[in-house]
Design a protein around this ligand. Sequence first.
Ligand code: PEP
Ligand code: MG
Length: 751
Amino acid sequence: MPRKDNVDLICDIAELAGLFERSSSLEDFLDTATSIIAWHMKAAVCSIYLYEEDTGELVLRATQGLDPAAVGTVRLAPGEGITGLALKELRPICEERGSRNPGFKHIPGIREEEYEAFLAVPILRGLTRVGVLVAQDPQPNYFDENDVKALRAIAGQLATTIENANLLMGIHQAARAPEEEPSRAQPRFLQGKSVSEGLAKGKASIIGMIDDEALRAFDEDPTPRTLDDFHRALQETEDQLAALQQDLEERLSDVASLIFNAHLLILKDAEFSGAVERMIREGTPPQKAVSAIVHRYINLFANSSNPRLREKVLDVKDLGHRLLLNLMSHDPALADYEGRIIIAAELLPSELLKLAAQRAAGIVLLSGSTTSHVAVLARSLRIPAVLIEGALPLEFAEDKPLLLDANQGTLYIEPGDEVLASYDRLIDEQKRIEHLEPQVEPETYSADGVRIRLFANINLLSDIDYALRLKAEGIGLYRSEFPFIVRDNFPSEEEQCRIYSRIVKRLEGASVTLRTLDVGGDKALPYAPSGNEANPFLGLRAIRFSLRNRAIFEQQLRAMLRAGAHHPIRIMFPLISSVDDFVHARSIVQHCIKELDSENIPHNNDPQLGLMVELPSAVEMIEDLSRNADFLSIGTNDLIQHMLAVDRTNEEIADLYVPHHPAVLRALHRIAEAARSAGIDASVCGDIAANPHMLVFLLGCGIRTFSVDARYLPRIQKLVGQTDVRQAHEKTLHALRLTRISDIEDYLAIK
Ligand code: PEP
Ligand code: MG
């Protein structure tokens, strides 16, 4: 490798400004700049990413060394990958081996895997983000302090030049005739964020966008059809929907209830079929008649002032499509989304369920967040899903062959044979691993022999099998809200009792913690509008909703108590903010027990009652709460959000959501101590239990029970097995004395 000469390099960058004058375009300038920089740094790769104000993304604009076809297609959000992180944190990042940085993002198809050493420097003009300059090399630890300084100097120089160049190019482009506009490379893949892991291959179905056109296409069908054909199509459609409903009930009984209700209602609505029949009798071809009446219904629903009717527009389109396919004697499977990759601007949880019922292969959401309830549901349904914000490329169309790599958040459009072949191997490997017995023991011990209990958080009944397969010792958190969220109305006491009984029975006496309704925040119930809350996370949610809606709360508690008639159960209240809240909720449980006693209905007379510690006020009152409750469960997702006043769903300030903030560490320790003094169990059910640094800290605090998404169980068991709890305790005590986030990061080797 030739000697690097940074002095030489710094001299040469003075030429970069002049270089622009000799370039024919910004692209040409950036291309030449990357090759000059790569040459002087003796680096195999130099790339320039520019920040786009309107999309808020970094776009690869020039590269020397990576696949040139990636230019214009690779997009990163600030914070995404090492490059995105450099821009977000406005600092250079130099890695010996980029692939070992936890933030490293593998971008498929640009042949980046060959390069280990990674140096990324933000390009800034004042505080304005211009882009990121990246150098890479196959030799690990290739870049040193001098390289960092040199690249910073170049970035400084480039900033003004690029900004000016951008402005100039903008003026030139506006002045140019439209036909002269340079054609944009068609992206071969779109990069987004993983919502629910997995791989899928299939054709595109664009929901809510072109269904209207798809319906109208049937108008052109020349085959003569009769009234009998229409009646046959009605019957076939009804049978198919009933079969789908039944299949869903077998697979997902807790959330399946009446999910195709709206379809069936319209199908059986005499006005609907009557209107079609009338048109056919008057001489309209049946396919035109169905299409016309379906459109009348779509318009009726879409323009209704009732938001619940507006939500049904997709159902009407779906039904119309299915009915028309049956009318024309197409293969009914075509009406399904089976094997399809669904592209949707947004989806309701009930719509996602319908797609799961029809065995859609994957989901691409164009808006929303990775922590939304649709995202949580997709994970529980194990449907690969990604979030790709923004508009679809213009050439994107129904039926395009797609490949969805939801592990990496990538959507390939019309993938080539090479990509398909390598993904086929991955898909096979994934199936093989799924069938292997997981490497996990039924009991968990630390390195020094302390017994630790690992439970699973579940959202749907279908999560239980997976949790038991991964040897969860029980259910530490059942989020009971999903059956409420996907329905059109509150589930009855009977319906709830059936769901809770199935959990309790399936666990065969192992510990089950049922959480009462935690709606509100980002989990709104469409049928129980809570008004326009400016701050829904601080609004009428969780236990507050239950205490304000006592009849609904009692129904749920009665269902839980009945499900626990022959089994131990633990009932847990979310978002408790005072001893009063807890005592009030407990008194309602006692009232329900008395009522069930007097009605002679079998039930659990003595459930353990606990609370989720999720608010600073609960931490401040924790000693008093511990004296009242049978157990505590620390909901760190909310606790961190509320202690630090950082919205957990706001990507813009995600860097401020710091689980190892000294205030959070001290609160966690205080909660563990209070539980220990009161002789009650305190577990952690928030996501930080899956974070290795935090897990060791929590073990050091004396936490002995953890409840997490089941997929983390093997990893956590392994880490616990490598941890000496006494040493962890010493480490925790030291960390608690530190006052600066940065000192804690150094001490716990975070980042
Ligand atoms: C939490 O807040 O940590 C928690 C487990 O509850 P949820 O994620 O359902 O709000
Ligand atoms: Mg919570």
